[in-house]
Design a protein around this ligand. Structure first.
Ligand SMILES: Nc1ncnc2c1ncn2[C@@H]1O[C@H](COP(=O)(O)OP(=O)(O)OP(=O)(O)O)[C@@H](O)[C@H]1O
Length: 292
């Protein structure tokens, strides 16, 4: 079953539509990154999914239960929506987590130490949160979100305000959690960073989900051939080629390089270069948003 499923989700403020007909799903163990320009509705979507905002249409299901109809649906949810997350400044990090653990019904004290260690906060665990840096508070927010071992984790820009080490730490943690079976939905402006491990990227624009890019198992090849236009047209006719487009004097395609090479040689094309190419998510995103 999908861990998280949005069905025709929409939100209007007054008459202004902010989001319309958003359909997406995240499976257990999958990392889904939401990207989009400022104001495209990423935070609004995350607020809807976590139950902090009410949809004007559609619904959000957490492990099959409607977030807005069934309050218990959120027991499987961990979230960091506001940055930095709200904590009692006159209590220590450990005391804040102890309070969260009590509210979430987590009884083992060892779990608090475990998440503090996982977020590299043990050294400051017994200091008042009021004295924490922004990055430390950000990491404490994540520690609190995973305390009760949620099966779905929803995070609004989890790496904003973090130093490079903190960014690495959070990305590493999210990958680990996904491997443990947690479904992760996060919003980000840092596509290059998440493209290393996100399974899917959803691109929001103009209140709609413009595109979903599947990154898992994606293999792209770069081809230089002469004449290039004809080669592109030929590739587009091959059933073994899933996609092909021109980029900077070469063709980028997804599909079988062996079939492509054979077809080109058979038709008398001159093949100058053919090899694997890392999928350029940033270029794809810019192109997609430009034509939105
Ligand atoms: N409470 C509200 N009332 C009216 N409009 C709102 C409200 N909250 C958000 N909006 C509008 O909804 C749109 C989407 O905002 P949102 O914060 O979801 O975008 P975002 O993609 O998260 O942006 P950013 O990348 O800057 O964080 C914006 O035009 C914003 O002004």
């Amino acid at each position: 079953m999908e861990a998280l499923r949005l069905e025709g989700l929409g939100k209007r403020y007054g008459r202004k539509p902010i989001l319309e007909k958003i359909n997406l799903s995240v499976r257990p163990g999958e990392v889904y990154a939401l990207a989009g320009p400022n104001g495209s509705g990423k935070t609004t979507l995350i607020r809807l999914v976590t139950g902090l905002a009410f949809p004007s249409e559609g619904r959000a299901l957490l492990l099959g239960e409607d977030v807005h109809q069934t309050p218990q649906a959120r027991r499987h949810l961990g979230a960091v929506v506001e940055a930095p997350a709200a904590f009692y400044p006159y209590l220590t990090g450990r005391e804040n987590l102890r309070m969260r653990a009590y509210l979430a019904g987590v009884k083992e004290e060892g779990r608090i130490t475990e998440v503090l260690a996982r977020l590299r906060l043990l050294a400051v665990a017994d200091q008042k949160v009021g004295s924490y840096s922004l990055g430390q508070r950000q990491r404490l927010g994540l520690a609190a979100a995973i305390l009760h071992r949620p099966r779905v984790l929803v995070l609004d820009e989890p790496t904003s305000g973090l130093d490079p080490e903190g960014v690495e730490l959070v990305h590493g943690l999210l990958q680990e959690l996904a491997r443990e079976g947690v479904a992760v939905l996060l919003s980000t402006h840092h596509l290059q960073e998440v493209s290393a491990y996100a399974h899917k990227v959803g691109i929001l624009g103009g209140g709609r989900l413009l595109d979903e890019v599947v990154l898992e198992g994606r293999e792209v090849f770069r081809l230089e051939a002469h004449p290039l236009e004809g080669a592109l047209a030929l590739l587009k006719t091959l059933p073994q080629v899933a996609s092909a487009r021109m980029q900077g004097g070469a063709i980028l395609f997804e599909g079988s390089p062996e079939v492509v090479l054979q077809a080109l040689l058979k038709e008398g094309y001159r093949v100058q270069a053919l090899g694997p190419q890392r999928f350029d998510l940033m270029a794809y995103y810019q192109e997609r948003v430009k034509h939105a």
